[in-house]
Write a protein of this length. Structure first.
Length: 217
């Protein structure tokens, strides 16, 4: 597996991306065509910034990208990217202000993943919590017709989450990019045609809290 990892790692460095994860989003974009010039993008769990850079390229200088992560990216971004250090699960005033001033968004991205423990069911449960939190943010910040990309670890609760997404989006598809490591249990759900949040949460999706998600990693 070392050669496989090295290929994408080296390619990312040659193309000036900070991480190989950019190629997962590129593959998703080729299949779903989510981005367009002038779009507003929210990138959750953005560090080290590869997805934000790719999104910025696709939307162009007339668009905008709001990137949020618990950690500094250490990456140089173009002027139409705003990178904030903060917890989107418990947003502070600066994050909430950016949600308002830069939103609503045409696309919400979440490549968030929990710190893995090596205990399969624990990691799957934590991944589901992050996916639910990302969906809660998307439901409040997406424009009608918008798109949502979320990473989740495959597990017993993932199919129910996928079914629940169909109450929010006109179409939902599953993506397993070739650039994901073969041993990885991650998959991506891609929702398009945002319909708005229903008054009652669908089965398999936690109800949205009154003022946004509060659970922390």
């Amino acid at each position: 597996m070392k050669t496989y990892r090295d290929h994408y790692f080296k390619k990312a460095k040659q193309e000036n991306y900070p991480a190989r994860s950019v190629y997962k989003l590129q593959e998703i974009e080729k299949q779903s065509r989510l981005f367009f010039p002038g779009a507003a993008v929210l990138d959750l769990g953005a560090c080290p910034g590869s997805w934000s850079l790719f999104a910025a390229e696709r939307v162009g200088p007339s668009g905008r990208v709001l990137a949020i992560d618990l950690h500094p990216a250490g990456t140089a971004f173009p002027n139409h990217v705003t990178y904030l250090i903060g917890d989107m699960l418990d947003p502070g005033p600066d994050v909430l202000e950016a949600f308002t001033s830069l939103g609503p968004f045409d696309i919400v991205l979440s490549d968030m993943a929990p710190k893995t423990t090596g205990i399969k069911f624990t990691d799957q449960a934590r991944s589901l919590e992050l996916a639910e939190a990302a969906l809660a943010v998307a439901c409040r910040r997406l424009r009608p017709g918008g798109a949502f990309v979320v990473k989740i670890f495959q597990g017993p609760d993932a199919p129910a989450y996928l079914i629940g997404l169909k109450a929010f989006f006109a179409a939902v598809r599953v993506a397993k990019p070739k650039s994901s490591r073969a041993e990885s249990k991650e998959i991506f759900y891609v929702g398009t045609g945002f319909l708005g949040a229903p008054a009652v949460a669908p089965e398999g999706v936690s109800p949205l809290p009154p003022d946004g998600p509060t659970a922390k990693n």
